[in-house]
Design a binder for this molecule. Sequence first.
Ligand code: XMP
Length: 359
Amino acid sequence: MKTALTYDDIQLIPRASKIEHRPHINLKTLVSRRYGSLIPIVASPMDTICEKEMAIKMASCGGVGCIHRFMSIEEQSKQVIDLSYTIYGDGFTGFFEDWGIMLDDWHSEIKSVPIMAAIGVKNEDRKRAKKLVKSGANILLIDVAHGHHTIVFDMIKWCKKNLPEHVDIIAGNIVTKEAAEYLQYAGVDGLRVGVGGGSLCTTRVQTGFGVPNVTAIEDVARISNVPVIADGGIRTSGDVSKALGVGASCVMLGSLLAGTEETPGKIIEDRTTGGLYKRYRGSASLETKVAHNQEERNVEGESAIISYKGGVKFIINGIVGGLKSALSYNGSENLNDFNPKYNIVTNSGLQESNPHLLK
Ligand code: XMP
């Protein structure tokens, strides 16, 4: 038995730095074994977070959006076609030219923008996988709550055998080194890490299972030879720095992106106050299950109404700014060199870390 830590339990320790200009700091990273992105941010495949509008905007910001699977195969494939067309239409166009330029010196094996979509593990998901790849997806994410499972292992094996060679497979969610070894043995190209730490998750309350995020990322990243995506529980750019600092290659975001213009769903207006809102719901919430007529009704998530935040670019810019500042505190010019040490903090340390004058 060991003590497990999460973001609020640690604080990264500043190091000697020579960085003079933060804009020169490079945030390129790997999303999966062979595909890179220009910033380490992936939008979560939730039905209130990522469809094609979010994926297009994420790509234009240098990140990635994973198109969710809570729709028909035809509808999801159409979204992937629209996304691919926007990005690749006639080769890189407009802001996507930056990707071409940046990828020239990129260490990823495949020099293309990731087009990522989620699949499940049922029989029909094999059909879904084939159709998505035909539509342009080059990364498929096997999106299940408990990734350390034979059914996930079998799905990875099937994908590797039946899909074209250029397709990378990411699987999760997992939180242990044993699970990472197991999925790597099946041939996975990326690992999604985090169980029960998401802002709307009730898994830990309902089942008692899960591992606090920092320990989960460290345990997996220490033995992993494929990129690790830290998923769930990230509330600030400081949490992003901590996740990357302890071994993740990128982070997956739900709540930080929720309520933005590019998320699916309508803006809700409160007529009395004039306040604007959007819905954000857990993939395993009752609301999601009812909305998609899912027969299996094991609820492990909640739903919420979030203040409308405007365009997602503003949120991404804030995270990128915080992250560049974090790299400068560590004297790092890029994420490859970002391996900060940390202290474990007490409750008083945590209180001191947040603005406290006005309380
Ligand atoms: P954040 O904290 O960014 O977390 O909002 C997003 C991640 O939460 C996970 N997720 C769920 N986990 N029940 C769960 O236990 C759910 O209903 C649920 N919905 C999403 C998922 O990993 C997502 O990326």
